[in-house]
Write a protein that binds this ligand. Structure first.
Ligand code: SF4
Length: 432
């Protein structure tokens, strides 16, 4: 099997479990018991996978600093798919994260050819307005890539550690790919890592909530963060089977190793290019010291970014959502009554006749209407379970179910659009 995830093409990923084996994404449900009051996407396995989220749950449970970061390419109408990511960012902000939202105007400019004015217009009037209406608090950071000197400078630095072959292997770049397009890939890595810069409080766990198609960015960025760091710590065993740590310098100035050897408690042995730590087994403490020394000597000491992966919603007519098929998706800015009509026209998992429906029950797992309820419209798990059970047992008919979903959708959009009007007057609170 050769499965390629490409964030710039709209692949639908049918079997999410393949991602666990092929790309090393870990199942999220194993972490669920660690999370107090998990978001409905977590409870309902819509967030199905993660990388390194144990660092985030540890930070949340122990009051340690952490960040959440995600970006949006200003490509068109804001829809329910964008809302998912926004809700995940806001949830983490409510759990104590320093929250960052980047508008990827460099990407839209280089990949889609959009003018800077158009990027700004879509960024503010579509995405940011809804983000604020959904509850993003002003303590967080909203920025455009092209405005952020930190992101642009860091992108340049990261570019020195990424080469064409690596980017091609991940994104399928060819000789025809523009340099700006390549630069936009490292700019997104800079987006992800910049919450760990000194001006934002230094190295800390950072979670990036994304759809599975964005995993190449995460893998690239984790690799780049690792390459930027001065040291790596390896657990080793001597000839007598005793464990020790070896701190290996990758690009560190000689003095840093001397400093480490002096500062680390226990017995240390300084060699050319590494320091061995013989009788100190507190890894967390060791890591803290190594990071502190790296920062003092002008390094970054990045913590590898964590990520969560969510399932995609399918289109209202089944298949994929497509911006060129308005009936396949619901935009947060469209007429609520029109959206309700779309819901009533959506594909269901109902049987051909009422009789069959009563006898065999419906198929909510194949139903776009149920998906709307599951992802967006029903917060209460018991209420949702009731709908599911009534459907599979044949007690529910699709007409009533569609009417319920349509009514909830109309109500949500009406309220959201009122909140958007309020948000438009609050942009200056967010530095916009
Ligand atoms: Fe979908 Fe509701 Fe019909 Fe079941 S009854 S298939 S959930 S629309």
């Amino acid at each position: 099997m050769n499965m390629k995830i490409d964030p710039w093409s709209a692949l639908s990923i049918d079997d999410y479990s393949k991602l666990f084996e092929e790309f090393g994404i870990l199942p999220f449900d194993q972490l669920l018991p660690e999370i107090k009051d998990p978001h409905r996407y977590m409870r309902r396995k819509i967030i199905f996978g993660h990388r390194g989220y144990d660092l985030i749950s540890d930070a949340m449970n122990n009051g340690k600093p952490f960040s959440v970061m995600s970006g949006f390419m200003p490509s068109g109408k804001i829809h329910l798919g964008h809302k998912m990511v926004m809700e995940e960012i806001i949830w983490h902000q409510q759990q104590g994260a320093d929250a960052f939202v980047g508008i990827a105007d460099r990407e839209a400019h280089s990949v889609r050819g959009f003018s800077w004015e158009r990027c700004r217009d879509i960024g503010v009037n579509e995405y940011i307005t809804s983000l604020i209406a959904l509850g993003f608090e002003p303590e967080g950071h909203i920025y455009f890539q092209s405005d952020s000197e930190q992101v642009k400078d860091l992108a340049f630095e990261l570019g020195s550690k990424a080469n064409f072959s690596e980017l091609s292997a991940i994104y399928g770049f060819t000789g025809e790919t523009s340099v700006s397009h390549m630069l936009s890939a490292v700019t997104q890595s800079a987006d992800i890592l910049h919450p760990q810069l000194d001006e934002f409080g230094g190295p800390k766990p950072t979670v990036i909530p994304v759809g599975a198609d964005q995993d190449p960015h995460i893998r690239l960025t984790r690799g780049l963060g690792h390459k930027m760091n001065m040291f790596k710590i390896e657990g080793r065993e001597d000839k007598k089977g005793r464990h020790y740590f070896s701190i290996r310098s990758k690009s560190a100035p000689e003095d840093t190793l001397k400093e480490l050897a002096e500062r680390i408690p226990g017995t240390t042995k300084l060699f050319e290019g590494h320091v061995d730590v013989l009788d100190f087994d507190n890894f967390e403490e060791l890591l803290k010291t190594v990071r502190a020394v790296e920062l003092e000597f002008g390094g970054y000491a990045f913590v590898p970014p964590s990520s969560t992966y969510h399932r995609f919603m399918s289109g209202l007519q089944g298949g994929k959502m497509s911006s060129s098929v308005p009936d396949s998706y619901i935009s947060l800015t469209e007429d609520p009554k029109g959206a309700a009509k779309k819901v009533k026209r959506a594909k269901t998992g109902g049987r051909i006749t009422l009789e069959e429906q009563k006898k065999l029950g419906g198929e909510p797992d194949k139903c776009s209407v149920y998906e709307l309820l599951l992802f967006n419209l029903v917060e209460d798990d018991e209420e949702l379970a009731q709908i599911y059970n009534d459907c599979v047992s044949g007690q529910k008919v699709c007409g009533n179910c569609k009417a319920l979903a349509a009514e909830k959708m109309e109500k949500f959009l009406k309220e959201h659009q009122e909140l958007r009007e309020v948000a438009k007057d609050r942009l200056d609170e967010y530095g916009l």
